[in-house]
Design a protein around this ligand. Structure first.
Ligand code: BDP
Length: 603
């Protein structure tokens, strides 16, 4: 299967029509939809918006919590003038696994709820007529799948998702569906690497196509002026006096690739790229050879009504909130986000640590929710899980490798790295992913509270460290916070004494905070306590040279499973779920707008 990850474009050779809007939708608890012929379409379902998670539209709990198979179907018309082109249906995300049918014919299946896939439907469609696309989706959680969890059956026969992670299992067609026409001979991928100086930038490009052909490549500046051209499947575009892509000071060039057969152009593809380099050197994170101190957030794609659906309006607001507070980065915790998020980030000059949906790889996470006591990497599910894990790392890198905003790859969130059995798993993961990114961006994973400097057996793998630490909240909380600070300093002193010469970024820390709850003196959950906790961490960050970034948890409050630790979701947001500031946001804004981009460099 070709599985091009190129984002859809419209030009003389390609068309793109969104199949968003209302689809027919049905639950299929007994998995009998195929027997019933639902792959041919159905009219008796519920009208369901796409893109959206189905969950929060429902007013009854059985529907909201539904776990199992469910179907979407929609008619689409294919005009006769598309004959001769290949026809594709591209799903931005189907959470978590999908089987696609067109006119009753099974086209393909796909596993993984946070990355796009394309159904090649040319042989199944009828031109000049209505066609039917049906998708069977399954949202169960399993230990051998990403994100990890269990699916349990209640005594009343209803199934229920038990995530080993702390975000709601929002399900459905969470991102746009595109009906694409592409030429038979076509460009399927391209990649770039860079060398930059103030006087000159060189873009080394490579193009992939499904045929032998000639290629012409050009680069235009933001005024549309062509500044460099080249020929051949790989080559160099040399730009004199370039405007580089910089953090919070972005500049985008447009690369245009043409595929030429027998002297005729048969396909073109264009995209915006930024000229910049990324490197880790000692304690420094370098963009264009300049040191960068990260400030930003862990985030979620999460909002009211549509759950985990990509919502361009929410994203616009989030980008503005990040700019307002002085952020320059975020982590796509805990899964790759919609492509448009990276397009926003490219344009705004915001760096992204791009994370694969490898989350819940820890039995403590399961026991927090239900009770299990075993090392995750000793489980018999590991072999199957690894295959899915590396597949999704490959797809994420393939999809996102050309975004200037992408700084690094996070290959896992909080795996249990304190046992020996984690070592072969991560040896393989880091080996197998070493060559995937032509730009060789740094690779890392987050280390949870239990994986301290002393305990983690996997400190050799990351190019820089992401630490998730919760003193002041999950331990040493409230009046004990001073002991929490002392414990954190003790751990960081160990990092300092070691010969590990790599940057550390705090990728999670924070306090659940109920907006509007004020208390003097502070108490946990109050707005005052959230500020005190941030002040504590900031004192610590300012004391260690090797800490090169701070990303509190979370940009905004978000939905989780219900439980005795959560009051309608996780409340560690600096902003509420409807994206209004808590008091701590004003505190952080003061700090971040004063911190220079190259904070600590040369110290
Ligand atoms: C961390 C997880 C994150 C949770 C956070 C929390 O990475 O997904 O939401 O804890 O408990 O361990 O707030």
């Amino acid at each position: 299967m070709e599985d091009s990850m190129l984002y859809p474009v419209i030009n003389n050779y390609r068309s793109d029509e969104k199949l968003d809007g209302l689809w027919n939708f049905k639950f299929d608890p007994a998995s009998e939809g195929e027997k019933q012929g639902w792959q041919n379409g159905f009219n008796d379902g519920i009208k369901m918006p796409v893109p959206a998670s189905f969950n929060d539209f429902f007013t009854d709990k059985d529907a909201r919590e539904y776990t199992g198979d469910f179907w979407y179907t929609k008619k689409f018309f294919l005009p006769i003038y598309f004959k001769g082109q290949d026809i594709q249906i591209r799903f931005g995300a189907a959470t978590h696994r999908a089987v696609v049918f067109v006119n009753g014919q099974k086209i393909r299946s796909h596993e993984g709820g946070f990355l796009p896939f394309t159904a090649e439907v040319s042989d199944a469609v009828k031109f000049g007529e209505d066609n039917v696309v049906s998708v069977k989706i399954n949202n169960e959680l399993h230990r051998d799948a990403l994100p990890a969890g269990d699916t349990m059956t209640l005594k009343n026969g209803k199934r229920m998702a038990k995530p080993f992670f702390d975000f709601y299992n929002y399900s459905g067609l969470n991102r746009s569906v595109h009906l694409l026409t592409v030429p038979k001979d076509r460009i399927t991928d391209y990649s770039t690497t860079y060398e930059v100086s103030d006087e000159q930038a060189t873009v080394h490009y490579t193009v992939t196509a499904n045929t032998d052909a000639d290629f012409k490549v050009s680069l235009a500046d933001e005024n549309g002026q062509v500044v460099a051209t080249s020929e051949g499947q790989s080559g160099d575009l040399v730009v004199k006096d370039p405007t580089l892509w910089n953090v919070r000071d972005a500049y985008l060039y447009t690369i245009e690739i043409s595929l030429i057969k027998d002297g005729q152009t048969v396909d073109t593809y264009s995209d915006e790229i930024g000229l910049r380099t990324i490197e880790i050197k000692g304690h420094e994170i370098l963009v264009n050879h300049q040191s960068v101190y990260l400030r930003g957030f862990g985030r979620h794609e999460d909002s009211i009504y549509a759950g985990r659906a990509f919502d361009i309006n929410v994203e616009r607001r989030d980008m503005n909130l990040m700019k307002w507070i002085g952020a320059n980065s975020f982590r796509s915790s805990h899964y790759p986000y919609d492509e448009q998020v990276y397009r926003f980030a490219d344009r705004e000059g915001i760096l992204v640590i791009d994370e694969v949906p490898a989350v819940g790889f820890k039995m403590a996470a399961a026991s927090f929710l239900g009770g299990l006591d075993q090392s995750f990497f000793d489980g018999d599910w590991i072999h199957e899980l690894y295959k899915k894990h590396i597949d999704q790392v490959k797809d994420m890198i393939k999809r996102d490798k050309n975004h200037p905003s992408v700084l690094a790859w996070s290959l896992c969130n909080e795996p249990d790295t304190s046992t020996d059995s984690a070592v072969p798993y991560f040896t393989k993961l880091f080996n197998d992913s070493a060559e995937l990114d032509p730009q060789k961006r740094p690779r890392t994973f987050t280390l949870n509270e239990d994986d301290t400097f002393e305990k983690s057996k996997c400190k050799q793998f990351p190019d820089f460290f992401l630490l998730n630490r919760y003193p002041g909240w999950y331990h040493k909380w409230g009046y004990e916070i001073s002991d929490g600070e002392a414990a954190l300093r003790d751990e960081l002193d160990e990092w300092q004494k070691s010969d590990i010469d790599k940057p550390v970024v705090f990728s999670e820390y924070g306090a659940d905070t109920e907006p509007g709850l004020h208390k003097l003196p502070s108490i946990m959950w109050s707005e005052e306590y959230q500020i005190e906790l941030l002040e504590m961490f900031d004192r610590v960050f300012d004391s260690y040279d090797f800490i090169r970034g701070e990303q509190p948890w979370n940009l905004a409050d978000f939905q989780t499973v219900e439980g005795n630790m959560r009051v309608n979701g996780n409340k560690k947001g600096l902003f509420t779920r409807d994206r209004q500031p808590k008091a701590a946001a004003f505190y952080l804004r003061k700090r971040w707008t004063k911190l220079p981009l190259n904070y600590k460099s040369g110290q």
